[in-house]
Design a protein. Structure first.
Length: 173
């Protein structure tokens, strides 16, 4: 059975996200992505006109996934417990996905490319707005939530959860 171009796009985004997570924007070969997807590089570029477009599609998926997990967590608890529930969901459901986590960090690292910076800035700002709205607080009140999340990203990316200084903090959040 033939898959639609949209199905192929989704499959390729998943493969590309993993490759970009491991190799970064500049260090990732579209040839390797195409090879793993079982397609030609010209077909890859018919689905995604440029490597940047493919990277940006991965970024969109990443931000959408985080927002979706936060929505599910917030909807399951009373309003006064939503921010804490979103934090727990981040630690329990999102941090274990090493490729998504590393891709997120690679996206920030690739922000020397203006189009990537614009897209990640927009995605991050939208995520801040989503969290504030779900928690029922002004955006400036979610700063500690995102600061802790970024520290969790570093701890997870560097596999520091068992470091003495991090152990108590990461197990009691």
């Amino acid at each position: 059975m033939r898959r639609s171009a949209e199905d192929r796009r989704e499959e390729i985004v998943g493969i590309a996200l993993r490759h970009f997570a491991e190799g970064g924007y500049h260090g990732t070969s579209t040839e390797a992505i195409a090879r793993e997807a079982g397609i030609s590089q010209p077909y890859l570029f018919r689905l995604f006109r440029t490597k940047r477009e493919l990277f940006l599609a991965c970024g969109e998926r990443c931000f959408a996934n985080v927002a979706g997990v936060f929505r599910e967590a917030a909807e399951a608890v009373p309003p006064d417990a939503r921010l804490e529930a979103m934090g727990h969901a981040y630690v329990e459901r999102l941090l274990p996905d090493r490729h998504a986590l590393l891709f997120q960090l690679q996206g920030y690292a690739a922000s020397g490319e203006p189009e990537i910076q614009d897209a990640f800035r927009s995605g991050f700002n939208q995520l801040v707005g989503t969290v504030a709205e779900l928690a029922g607080v002004p955006e400036n009140e979610v700063w500690p939530f995102f600061a802790n999340g970024m520290l969790f990203n570093v701890v997870a990316a560097l596999d520091l959860a068992d470091a003495p200084w991090a152990r108590e903090w990461t197990t009691h959040e």
